[in-house]
Design a binder for this molecule. Structure first.
Ligand code: NAP
Ligand code: ZN
Length: 347
C-alpha cells in the first residue's frame, strides 16, 4: 500500500481539501500511473454534492485521467513504463459477462468498478484522479496518441467518449442534422466530434455568448434557447439531438425540434426527473434515449479518431488549490470548456 496526496470532499456540503489516499500494491496485471492531469467533469460535482444519492466520504473524484506508466505488474503485456495512458470512468469489470464481451464494460453484469466512489473487487471504495498516482488493471488504461497533449487529452476520457459513443450509435455522419444542447465540457466535444463525422451541427446554448467558439469548433449554426423564437424557427429540423445539459430542461420543447423519426439522446444527468407527456414521442415516431459513457475499446477508437482529426478538449489548466473555485464556475456555466488540474500541484 502506498499513500499519495489527493484532493477529496470530506462531506457533501464541504469544499474539497488536500488529504492522502491509499493506492494498492501492484498485482500481476496492474499498472501504476503517474497522473499528469485530471479533468473536472460535472459528474464529479453531482457525485460529491450528493445529487445522485449518498456517497462514502472522504471522496476524491476525477475520472478524466492522463499520465504516464510508472510501474507494471509481472504479467502486464499491453503497457510499458513511460507509456502515455489515460483512465476514464471505469477501472475494472468481470470481463466475462455478455456486456463485457460486447465491449460495454460499463454495463457489466457483476457490476462495473467505477473510478471513484465504487466498491472495488477487494471491498474498498475506489478513489479518483484528483491525486498523484493511480493503480488500475492494465485493460482499463488506454493509449493516448502522441498527437494529443496530455492536458488536452484528459477530458476525452469522459467528455470525449460520452459524446462519441451516442453519435456513433445513432449513426451520425454526412447528411445527419445534429443539435448539441449545452456548450460545456461534453457539449464542446460533441460539436467537434459530430462535425468531424461529417454532420451538419447546430449548437443550442442558453445564450449566444459562446457563439464564436462554437463556430470555430465546427458548428454550422448557433442558437440561443433563451429566445422563444428559436423553438419556432427550428421546429422539426433535427435527426439527432444530443442533450448534454446538467440541469432539468423542458424535454417537450426540445422533442418538438426533432424531425419525424428523430432521436433525442440524453447524456446530461441532473438528479431530478425530467417529466414528459408521451404524445411528444408518439406524434412523430420519435425516440428518447439515454447513453452512459462508452466501453474501453470504443474509448481507444475515440482517442485515435481525435488524433486523426486534430481534435482535443479546449481547456483551462488550474492548480489543485483552485478546484473549489472551478466547481463554482462550472455550476455557473462559466467554463471554456474544461478545467484540468495540473497534478504536479498535488505535491
Ligand atoms: P458542464 O461543463 O457544466 O456543461 C453543461 C452545460 O449545460 C453548460 O455549459 C450549459 O451550457 C448548460 N446548462 C447548465 N445549466 C443549464 C440550465 N439550467 N438550463 C439550460 N442549460 C444549462 O457539464 P459537463 O461536464 O459537460 O456535464 C454535463 C452533464 O452530463 C452533467 O449532468 C454530467 O453529470 C453528465 N454526464 C453524463 C455522462 C454519461 O455517461 N451520461 C458522462 C459525463 C457527464 P450553455 O452555457 O451552453 O447553455
Ligand atoms: Zn465525467
Amino acid at each position: 500500500m502506498t499513500r499519495v496526496t489527493a484532493y477529496a470532499a470530506p462531506s457533501e456540503a464541504a469544499p474539497l481539501e488536500r488529504t492522502t489516499i491509499e493506492r494498492r500494491d501492484l498485482g500481476p496485471r496492474d499498472i501504476l500511473i503517474d497522473i499528469a492531469f485530471a479533468g473536472i467533469c460535472h459528474s464529479d460535482i453531482h457525485t460529491v454534492r450528493g445529487d445522485w444519492g449518498p456517497q462514502h466520504y472522504p471522496l476524491a473524484p476525477g475520472h478524466e485521467i492522463a499520465g504516464t506508466v510508472a510501474a507494471v505488474g509481472e504479467s502486464v503485456t499491453t503497457h510499458a513504463i513511460g507509456d502515455r495512458v489515460g483512465v476514464g470512468c471505469l477501472v475494472d469489470s468481470c470481463g466475462e459477462c455478455p456486456a463485457c464481451c460486447r465491449g460495454e464494460e460499463q454495463f457489466c453484469r457483476e457490476g462495473a468498478v467505477f473510478t471513484y466512489g465504487s466498491t472495488d473487487r477487494d471491498g474498498t471504495i475506489t478513489q479518483g484522479g484528483y491525486s498523484q498516482q493511480v493503480v488500475v488493471t492494465e485493460g482499463f488504461a488506454v493509449r493516448i496518441p502522441d498527437a494529443i497533449p496530455l492536458d488536452r487529452a484528459a477530458p476525452l476520457l469522459c467528455a470525449g467518449i460520452t459524446t462519441y459513443s451516442p453519435l456513433r450509435r445513432w449513426g451520425v455522419g454526412p447528411g445527419t442534422r445534429v443539435a448539441v444542447v449545452g456548450m460545456g465540457g461534453l457539449g464542446h466535444m460533441g460539436v467537434q466530434l459530430a462535425h468531424a463525422l461529417g454532420a451538419e451541427v447546430t449548437v443550442l446554448s442558453q445564450t449566444l455568448s459562446k457563439k464564436d467558439d462554437g463556430i470555430r469548433l465546427g458548428a454550422d449554426h448557433y442558437y440561443a434557447t433563451a429566445d422563444p423564437a428559436t423553438f419556432k424557427e427550428l421546429r422539426g429540423s433535427f435527426d439527432v439531438i444530443l442533450n448534454t445539459v446538467s440541469a432539468v430542461i423542458d424535454l417537450r420543447a426540445y422533442l418538438g425540434l426533432l424531425a419525424v423519426g428523430g432521436a433525442m439522446v440524453c447524456v446530461g444527468a441532473p438528479g431530478e426527473p425530467l417529466g414528459l407527456p408521451i404524445g411528444s414521442l408518439i406524434g412523430g415516431n420519435k425516440t428518447l434515449a439515454g447513453s452512459n459513457i462508452g466501453g474501453i475499446a470504443q474509448t481507444q477508437e475515440m482517442l485515435d479518431f481525435c488524433a486523426e482529426h486534430g481534435i482535443a478538449a479546449e481547456i483551462e489548466v488550474i492548480p489543485a488549490s483552485e478546484i473549489n473555485t472551478a466547481y463554482e464556475r462550472v455550476l455557473a456555466s462559466d467554463v471554456r470548456y474544461r478545467f484540468v488540474i495540473d497534478a504536479s500541484t498535488f505535491a
